[in-house]
Design a protein around this ligand. Structure first.
Ligand code: UT7
Length: 332
């Protein structure tokens, strides 16, 4: 029997309606459009507004799109893995909330947290369940409500992030299409430079932690930038070499959208023209686990069966990785 690959067979996505532009941020913190655009490439980001809405509410829209597009019976989904850094609750897992809200009554599920690399990690994990023959229909969700952990008094972090969520359906393919290879990395020493100080078991929430604003993203941007720019480019280059990919036969680079300068460095290392790179950072900012599936969602209609697609990400942890996909269908 020919090898089973896990192929993405549908993509869904959701970004909230409310836009926050650089001009809006100028009214909140001491910043300006020129600084944000030149340092990051971001022009605006989306913010999920509304009482009681969390990451799962965006995910349900993305999952529902997959169900509507494919006509698949929600009861046929066997597993849902949710990559998020802003779960609805510490527990239960957001995956459990999504399966309930989306009516995936037969699916089991769990969350994984690898910060901005979470979607690549989750995709790789899910692919194993397909490759072993254990499951035939899995949904992988990547998304974050970053606005829930942003300090809108800290101009160094609040300008970068946004809210959004994407999802993909994985099914078995025995014709050589699907997820071909992944390289995943982590270095926990990097936790010092990008983390949330309180709210975990080391420092549970108290009045002091709230007053000290320790439940927000803490980032030492320059250090993270240095690690990101090298490691994301290196790992993307490694996956090309390992799979005999060249700048000519790579059809698309799907990079994590943290900073346009990091994206450009990765593209240059891979020797790709700008036209081969999916970039929507200017509209959505950094949606953490949402960036990669949201790119696939926006570019889905341009994708063709047989396209060689390289995903690459870097994030908190540190975590980083790259995945090579031979795309399985013509987008409409
Ligand atoms: O997705 C997860 C992984 N995260 C990343 O990959 C992010 C990696 N880091 C970055 O993308 C960049 O480091 C940032 C975009 C976060 C910051 O850009 P930078 O070029 O590294 O700026 P910087 O932190 O070195 O700050 C330069 C200057 C500072 O002023 P002084 O000390 O030179 O006077 C900052 O105070 O810019 C100032 N600054 C700002 N000015 C206007 C910082 N934030 C702002 C701002 N508006 N929003």
């Amino acid at each position: 029997m020919s090898k089973i690959h896990a192929a993405i067979t549908a993509v869904g996505g959701y970004v909230p309606e409310d836009k926050m532009t650089n001009a809006d941020l100028e009214k909140i913190v001491e910043t300006n459009d020129e600084w944000i655009t030149s340092r990051t490439g971001i022009k605006e980001r989306r913010i999920l507004k509304g009482e009681g809405l969390g990451t799962s509410d965006m995910a349900v829209h993305a999952v529902q799109q997959i169900i509507d597009k494919t006509g698949i019976d929600p009861l046929d989904i066997e597993l849902l893995i949710c990559a998020t850094t802003t779960p609805d609750f510490t527990f239960p897992a957001t995956a459990n909330v999504i399966t309930d809200k989306a009516g995936l009554k037969n699916a089991w599920g769990y969350d994984i947290n690898a910060a901005c690399s979470g979607f690549i990690y989750a995709l790789t994990i899910a692919a194993q369940f397909i490759e072993t023959g254990k499951h035939k229909k899995i949904i992988v969700v990547g998304g974050d409500k970053m606005s829930s952990i942003l300090n809108f008094e800290d101009r160094a972090t609040c300008i970068i992030f946004g809210d959004g969520c994407g999802a993909v359906l994985l099914e078995p393919n025995t014709d050589g299409f699907g997820i071909i290879d992944s390289i995943l990395k982590s270095d926990g020493a990097g936790r010092a430079y990008l983390h949330q100080k309180a709210g975990g078991s080391v420092k549970p929430a108290t009045i002091e932690t709230v007053m000290n604003k320790e439940h927000f993203v803490y980032q030492e941007g320059q250090t993270v930038f240095k690690f990101a720019v090298t490691n994301m480019a290196d790992v993307a280059y490694q996956i090309m070499q390992r799979n005999e990919l060249t700048s000519d036969n790579v059809t698309w680079l799907v990079p994590h959208q943290a900073n346009k300068r990091i994206i450009d460095a990765t593209r240059e290392r891979m020797g790709l023209d700008e036209e081969k790179v999916m970039v929507n950072i200017q509209r959505y900012g950094n949606t953490t686990n949402g960036t990669l599936p949201l790119c696939l969602w926006e570019w889905e209609s341009k994708l063709r069966k047989g396209d060689n697609i390289v995903l690459a990400a870097f994030g908190g942890g540190f975590t980083w990785g790259s995945t090579y996909i031979k795309w399985a269908y013509d987008g409409k």
